[in-house]
Design a protein. Structure first.
Lengths: 396, 396, 396, 396
């Protein structure tokens, strides 16, 4: 066993951390207190700088303009970027584009790749992933209602989706729709590329989430597919393979989320410490001298570090032994890191008192929006049950 | 011991509950998704109806147009109203006016009462309470920096306050300022009435809290007092009695907050149950059949009920034996009920999944704004330490 | 609503508390460090004193020599006695005799009463309650295997029971056995009085619980019923009513347990405070000056008090409106108070450090033996699920 | 980074696991239900077998008859042995001998080594470590009262120690005593070898811990040093270096404890799963089908795995970068793993219901005795505060 991080990776991480600290953090106040379009031009400048520095698209193949990092290195990059709400976006490794690019890369036809892959990797266009449905529990593939019915060489897609992240301004959607209603549960749906200017693709609204409808990249839309017609050539991978492809995507996707959450944890712990040290309590004492606060700092630090080691181990397991060998671990990190995240943010906020409630710091943003970490990609409870059933099956 | 709620009170509570359910809940979606001014006219209509029904200002003296309920009955009313974010406002028993009215009633001069008391009780005007300072821990009176210096018959007030709730649109502020810097710690400050159109009273901004700056009654302002001059006749109570008056106010004020929070808890538990029963999970099963959800419901119900009995007992203790006898209990309910509140909201949100993150239900509003319950009126930690010190002193 | 405890009750409680403090606590070290028979003679002396003081058997009818207190007063007595492991035993209101006496009183025939009731109330003899079976989940009446088969005028009982508390030295057992295997689930079993000297009643062993097999009153036995023959006249109540009677017994029984647990909580909190004040940490500081310890004390005090108010309210509800009206509350207190108990004991032990692990204080005894509070009379989880189902049914 | 466990280590671990499973687990019932002397002869047989298999003393130098494993491999061995209460004892790597051997190895004179090292490593004799004092907080070296005063060529030791583990039957004690009362706090004490047959070494009692005084290796004694005279040549290391040596010992010692606790966690999780699968709940359903139990299993598995990765990382850090680099991590694992341990044991016990309270399984033993994990080697709270202070200092 060797836990040493290679020197090359360490150098990359240091460059990224410095960039986040010096270039991105100063933009946060604007990001938090104004509509996204106000800060976007400044963010675009930073993206240019990142490209010039050769740090763009760390996880994507070099031939498309990325850095081609492996999963473990990419995990560490994700952590380094996570503390800034637009860190991943600035470095071109943001969801949902990153996952869509991965799927295109693995399953796209030559024509699909030619059309979409380049512009997505360079950030010229954006995409979205349209899977979740409002009336259905996301965890049960049997309950998907959106259908893609063949008609000549086309699919005609009908259904309602929501929580389609970043649909506002996206050029193309990857839609999950039932193409084979009679097939076994997990072989019913396919992924289909739908340009967002297709007739019948209607973005109904940006859903108001925690008081904010958001805009552009930072939004979640409700989409109506009304007899939305696209060529069958837009299908990604074989018919009925939608869930299989989605599942492949889940392992690495979870690593990225978890490492991003750990980046948020690190940031929140830093803020907690600085605030505690800065806050005078009278008699020459600061909040950092209070033992309750100290106990919180210690507990947060230990839980973050343990969750981090587990996540890195899981990344290594996927890389070395494949995602099936890592299945239990992937479930574990989902709820363990999400739980740690919520606890750390909550305590950092509490240490800030009234200030923590305001948008003068980034904590209130994390507090409200990262509450979703325990919900998206399968709620904690679903992961716990499926993990337990695997463990129980093994112990027989 | 007799825990029976008198029939008269029960009748009042039923009327209130029905009104909230039928008249106020339907306005929530508008309240949650539009600026406050959009829903305000409809809310004003409801206030009129409440007055007509004789349910206005339940806690204020009958001679000023209130119902004159005692603390225990008022506590139950507060619970009945708490589940709707504007319940108290519609019934004329909302903070900070309720507390300011109480202080004016107890400590106001004839002239002060004549000018302010009537219009405040009827809701014709609004007031605010300007105590917290951005750079200072609210829990330490020694660290207040705002000063009121005597000049002729006037006070000249200089300082910076924030979290002055509902200052936007208020006619008058009750300002806590140091009048006697040389006095012992708790006798340095006085409360002074400052009309908001006084020169030197500058409302700098509505602070953006959890993504929302809010407006009107639903806002928290930062205020600059720049040589703001008011007659000394505007002082409430004797010089240097600011903290004493504030403390008197705390006991009943905490009962109202806690019962309001319990009202939110009841609402969240109701929403949790209905959602669980409505959410199909396939195979004829709903979320309500899942044992993890059932365990949450049971735990929430038990904690709510225990916290409620403790709060009602505390109200009775204040009423019967005075607030000093209830001091330990007042600290207890502050953190106990706030903790229960956060837990219940969190679980109700989780049961709603993605929907819980949106403003399609009231839960996301409670989730983000009631996070402050563990902070305002003294953070939990301050109450725990002062409670423990009292207990330890007693046990010697 | 009136939470005042009547003066007469207060006087009784003060007498009891003083007696426990002065007469019983000094015997604890012996009780904890020697076999029970060593301390028993001293305990018997104290029982005599209690009888002389007129405080014997507080919950039993005056005509049998008890005090005839109502449920609410008895609850307060149970709390006052709970802090001493043999408090209830010394005052003649200990399980399982108290419950058996209650059942005999309600359902016993004249002959049964004549034979058993008097000696049980006076403490001349002891009884046990033989219901739980080793291989069966106690929560499912369908799974009871012990049978009582009619043969002439007798029942012949065959089966295995365990956790038959205080069987060692008992004169009579109340045995739950299936008499009507074809009846609906809850009408299959009957309660039958079995003198322990009956042939076929075999006490196999005192089960070693947490390292101690115990002896006499402080033990839990495994019993084998091998064709154990008793007259049918020994049946308590109508045939097949075993579970109905058991359930009636549960409500008040739970109040006693919960109030006893709260007594333990009070004791543990007292010990926590005294230890904290006594333990020098250098520099003139004691453990009581440490903020983490203070936070624990505050949290424990608040949770104890809330749990106590809920339990007292439940006692009142049973007394005033009957146990069916109190059904939800009875489930709530079971797991809420048991949870508080475990938390308070755990923290009190931690404050004692290494000393807390030893039998030099009573905490280690409570720590290991009261772990069972979350298990007996239905594990917490069973209560949570049944409570939730009731709540969900109501909310439709 | 490479998390692969080398094949050679894996083979060793498999051998150990099989031995524990087949040879040691069957002895547990006897160990749990009888005095230690009853099972000791059988255990001695197993020790012989272990020596024959070449698995004896895995952490000690090969030249003294050990396996010479490095810290990381030894950590994994400790985990494999931890699930059996006498696993370490059977393999000759049990505390306190292991630590004493390490100290002798590092700091012993030739003569000391010659006399003690061989017999200790082979297990011919046993030793104890006498540091903790009853009236003093172990965490404060300034408060040690035992003194060793020079007299001629001797030290005369006077003082009272307790929690001297395994003193009953030990041949020699390593005593921590103040030799330099005027020196700075951490340079006052020295470690001194005291043969237990020295006049003035009085073993007062085996302390009754959680109901059991224990005997032999499984006991904790109170020791009185009454003018106990030993040659100064018995001092270990330079004068005043007692705390420095103790601290060196702490890092690896903590790894062993934590990995042993993780071994207990694994065992408890296994028992939890088997019991859940075996326990019929009626209707063809077992406890393993209950979602609450499943959630517990998942949560336990995830926490165990995260705590394990953190501990292994810490072992690697000590091995590669030295214990000072690992200081924060050493504090973290102490309280994090101890917390996980208590939670996992508690839930495993709960899943066993009444059976979990008995000594028919090993859980009740772990429940009561491993409660000390949060206390010994510095209570959790002390570690949290010192960790937080280090973190805060770094963040300046």
């Amino acid at each position: 066993m060797d836990f040493e991080i290679p020197e090359k990776t360490r150098t990359t991480l240091e460059m990224i951390e410095e960039f986040v600290d010096k270039e991105l953090t100063p933009l946060e106040y604007l990001f938090l207190n104004e509509p996204f379009r106000k800060v976007l031009p400044k963010i675009e400048e930073k993206r240019l700088r990142v490209k010039q520095m050769g740090l763009w698209a760390p996880g994507h193949a070099e031939k498309y303009g990325g850095m081609g990092l492996d999963l473990l290195d990419l995990a560490l990059v994700s952590e380094a970027l996570g503390g800034c709400p637009f860190g991943h976006f600035v470095f071109g490794c943001h969801a949902p584009d990153a996952g869509n690019i991965e799927v295109l890369h693995q399953h796209g036809t030559k024509a699909q790749k030619k059309k979409w892959l380049g512009p997505l990797v360079t950030g010229e266009i954006r995409s979205c992933f349209s899977m979740t449905e409002p009336e259905m529990p996301g965890s049960n593939p049997l309950m998907m209602e959106t259908q893609a019915i063949k008609d000549g060489d086309d699919y005609v897609i009908t259904g309602q989706k929501w929580y389609t992240t970043a649909a506002d301004g996206a050029a193309v959607a990857v839609v999950m729709a039932v193409t084979n209603p009679e097939a076994p549960a997990h072989q019913r749906a396919s992924m289909i590329l739908v340009p967002t200017d297709t007739r019948g693709f209607e973005r109904v609204r940006n859903i108001q989430v925690m008081g904010e409808a958001g805009e552009g990249f930072f939004s979640h839309s409700e989409i109506l597919y009304q007899s939305c017609r696209v060529p069958q050539a837009n299908r990604l991978g074989p018919e009925g393979h939608g869930f299989v492809i989605a599942q492949e995507r889940l392992g690495p996707g979870r690593i990225h989320h978890c490492m991003r959450w750990l980046g948020i944890c690190n940031r929140a712990l830093d803020l907690m410490c600085s605030r505690a040290k800065a806050r005078a309590m009278g008699d020459g004492v600061t909040l950092a001298d209070k033992e309750i606060i100290q106990a919180w700092i210690a507990e947060c630090a230990a839980e973050i570090r343990a969750a981090r080691m587990l996540t890195l181990h899981t990344a290594w397991l996927i890389e070395r032994h494949g995602w099936k060998a890592a299945r239990q671990d992937i479930s574990m990190i989902k709820f363990l890191v999400a739980g740690t995240l919520q606890k750390v943010i909550d305590r950092a906020l509490q240490v800030h008192g009234g200030l923590g409630m305001t948008d003068d710091t980034v904590l209130a943003f994390f507090y409200r929006h990262e509450r979703a970490a325990r919900i998206y990609d399968g709620p904690d409870e679903v992961h716990k049950l499926s993990l337990a059933r695997r463990i129980l099956a093994e112990k027989s």
